[in-house]
Unconditional design. Structure first.
Length: 379
């Protein structure tokens, strides 16, 4: 968003309309904000009413300039209390989601879609918010079914692509023995293929990458290894092209994590190593490049380099993201045959996680570390 969207001159006319704030959720001093306005994925955008300090809009995920401008309008309409009908239901859903009530928010978003005319300009955005809320409420089957029901009503747009991705992710997350799981995946995968086909939707490259990732996972879940690899090749080629067009190093590193996942799906980790090594040289204060390199080196069997890269990442990372880097370190130590060191690293990670403010670390993260510790001890 910082590299490709916030710099767009079209946003300049909104400069005096809001008080703008960016928060780094890795910093403990910002935990108070997160306690009041929960953040589960990055980026997340809030429009906050200063009179009552309540969230008028909460939107998770990246957005185009046009999408941001619609969010601005929705927030202002809710602030002024001028919404009626479907727009009032949308505003109520936004408010509930901003309060961390995803199930109740999903009901309001569903009502907005039911009450809206077929050509409602907020339909795509509302569906995105509905599916995200259902995911947050762990209602994954409902998420997949709502996607199937509502996607045919959404015009070709970034919102259509994002809603398709979310619906497919929900379907893929269902248990393998779910009676409707395979059919839901097949239907939504077919929709994803349609969305990817020409004429191409003008959407952020990371959103297109997210759809590729879900499609690769769908082919893999279907047992189609060749199809999964063919898609992963298309995905990585797309990302390499986008990275080559990036105007500066920060913009180019936007694609590093995506390229890494695509290369691993393709089983060619070495293909992205030079690019991420360049990112570390270009952004020496960023923990992400060395953290990614540590994993890549480990997969390539270059364990001394992996440990050194992990050292560099640990020197730069803080907050809950440090837990992931420590977990990765334990995997390197296990690969090196250093079981005692891996146990110590995981114990350090658990202790550090417990020391963080509750708003900045999830119980799921801590549970995963505890489970991993038990597995390493049992080796």
């Amino acid at each position: 968003m910082r590299a490709y969207v916030f710099t767009d001159k079209a946003l300049a006319r909104h400069a005096g309309r809001f008080v703008w704030l960016e928060l780094n959720t890795d910093l403990e001093k910002n935990a108070v904000f997160q306690e009041k306005y929960p953040v589960e994925s990055w980026p997340t955008f809030f429009i906050i009413d200063p009179r009552e300090e309540k969230a008028l809009v909460r939107f998770a995920g990246s957005a185009t300039v046009a999408q941001l401008e619609k969010l601005f309008e929705d927030g202002e309409r809710a602030y002024l209390g001028k919404a009626e009908g479907a727009e009032a239901a949308l505003a109520w859903g936004d408010s509930l989601y901003g309060q961390g009530k995803p199930a109740e928010a999903a009901e309001a978003f569903s009502r907005a879609l039911a009450e809206a005319p077929a050509d409602w300009s907020r339909r795509g955005r509302t569906l995105e918010s509905l599916l995200t809320a259902l995911w947050g409420a762990k209602q994954t089957e409902a998420c997949a079914r709502k996607a199937m029901q509502e996607l045919p009503l959404v015009p070709r747009s970034p919102s259509l692509a994002n809603a398709t991705t979310m619906g497919l992710i929900c379907a893929l997350s269902l248990p393998p023995d779910h009676p409707a799981g395979k059919e839901l995946v097949r239907t939504l995968e077919a929709k994803a293929v349609e969305v990817m086909a020409p004429p191409l939707i003008d959407m952020p490259a990371d959103d297109r990458s997210g759809l590729y990732e879900a499609m690769v996972e769908a082919r893999s879940a279907a047992g189609d290894a060749a199809g999964s690899k063919a898609l992963a090749e298309q995905w990585l080629t797309f990302l390499e092209g986008e990275a080559a067009k990036a105007p500066n190093p920060e913009a180019r590193t936007v694609f590093d994590s995506h390229r890494m996942v695509a290369a691993l799906a393709l089983e060619e980790p070495m293909r992205v190593v030079p690019a991420i090594e360049q990112s570390e040289r270009d952004l020496p204060l960023d923990y992400n490049p060395p953290a990614r390199l540590a994993n890549l080196y480990r997969m390539l069997g270059r364990l001394d380099e992996a440990l050194a890269a992990n050292d560099r990442a640990l020197a730069r990372v803080q907050g809950s993201r440090r837990l992931r880097v420590l977990s990765d370190r334990s995997a390197i130590q296990v690969a090196r045959g250093e079981k005692d060191a891996a146990v110590k690293t995981l114990e350090e990670a658990i202790a550090y996680g417990k020391s963080l403010p509750e708003a900045q670390v999830s119980q799921r993260q801590l549970d995963a570390l505890v489970k991993k510790l038990a597995e390493v001890k049992a080796k």
